[in-house]
Design a protein around this ligand. Structure first.
Ligand code: ZN
Length: 330
């Protein structure tokens, strides 16, 4: 928008100033950025910013240490295990963890606990990750039944596919802006890579909710929109960017451009033919349909368990892992 002049002048001035420092004067120039990829190459040349230190999001061990700091001032009950909290909060940064500790303290006071208990932390994490409970959003019994079967479907498929993460909690209490229920899986360890098999399992789990609705209630609803969005996204990535489609081979299709300074706007340019586009579409569809079939088979093969799970959900609204395993005789 014509702002380039201003930016170039600033950059040139900065470079001139930096070159002007006497190397024996003991001046150290430090700078921080969230967008190293858009910096001018001249800034990064040797002799200017020589050393780059990446401050990434904390991993699990980091999160335990960060939680130790933020919980220092809290009176906590003995049952609190910070490593469980760290395990439940992948991708969160220090500020989020501070927020969770604070929220847990508030919840503890509201619930009349003399110490902060593990359940207060659980509630705080749910609140931060999924939004506050909307207890006054009343679903009619038919909708509630549908949500119960939907979430039970996710949980059942997650427990049965080979690489599914263990289900930690299932809830049908509405939360946040639009979530009517959620099934929370807890990773056993932090992961940086996903295999093809894991991605396929994820698609099946995402479609489990919708399939349970179809199998038990005979129809599907609008409640699965977010699941479908995520499943399509995974399938598209597998085909276009991860080379996981046999028919398309180990190639990358489409080039993504991120507009400078506008992180939200990503444009994609097509670098393949119309025929390839058709093949991409059919491969994506094949992956999602395969996931759908797997979910349907698991659900029809375990109808009794799913029925029990959904009924318990209707009765209690929230089910823990222990309760679920007891029910599934595991
Ligand atoms: Zn769902």
């Amino acid at each position: 928008m014509g702002g380039h002049d201003e930016r170039e002048q600033t950059l040139n001035q900065l470079l001139t100033e930096m070159d002007g420092f006497d190397t024996s004067a003991g001046v150290v120039v430090m700078a921080a950025t969230n967008r190293p990829e858009v910096l001018d190459k001249a800034l990064l040349r040797a002799g200017r910013f020589d050393r780059q230190i990446v401050v990434d999001k904390p991993d699990m061990a980091d999160r335990v240490e960060i939680l130790k700091i933020h919980t220092k001032a809290l009176t906590m009950s003995k049952d609190i295990d910070l490593s469980v909290i760290a395990r439940r909060t992948p991708g969160l940064v220090g500020a989020d963890l501070a927020n969770i500790a604070n929220e847990a303290a508030i919840i503890a006071i509201r619930s009349g606990h003399s110490k902060v208990e593990m359940s207060d932390f659980e509630a705080a994490i749910d609140r931060i990750l999924a939004g506050p409970e909307k207890k006054n959003r009343v679903l009619n019994p038919e909708e509630k039944r549908r949500v119960a079967y939907h979430e039970a479907g996710h949980a059942l498929v997650a427990e049965h596919v080979p690489t599914g993460q263990p289900v930690h909690k299932i809830s049908i209490i509405p939360r946040g802006v639009s979530a009517l229920g959620f099934t929370l899986q807890l990773p056993v360890e932090e992961k940086f890579l996903s295999t093809e098999e894991e991605l396929k399992d994820q698609i099946a789990i995402l479609l489990g909710g919708r399939m349970a609705e179809q199998v038990f209630l005979g129809s599907i609803s609008t409640g699965a929109q977010n699941d479908l969005e995520k499943a399509s996204e995974i399938a598209r990535n597998m085909v276009c960017y991860l080379g996981m489609s046999k028919k398309l081979g180990p190639l990358i299709y489409g080039k993504q451009h991120r507009l400078q300074f506008l992180e939200t706007e990503v444009t994609e340019s097509r670098n393949y033919s119309d025929d390839t586009a058709k093949l991409i579409d059919s491969e994506i569809l094949a992956l999602v349909t395969e996931g759908e079939d797997r979910a349907r088979n698991l659900i029809t093969g375990n109808k009794k368990s799913l029925e029990k799970l959904a009924n318990l959900l209707l009765e209690k609204e929230v089910i823990s892992r222990e309760e679920m395993l007891l029910l599934l005789n595991k």
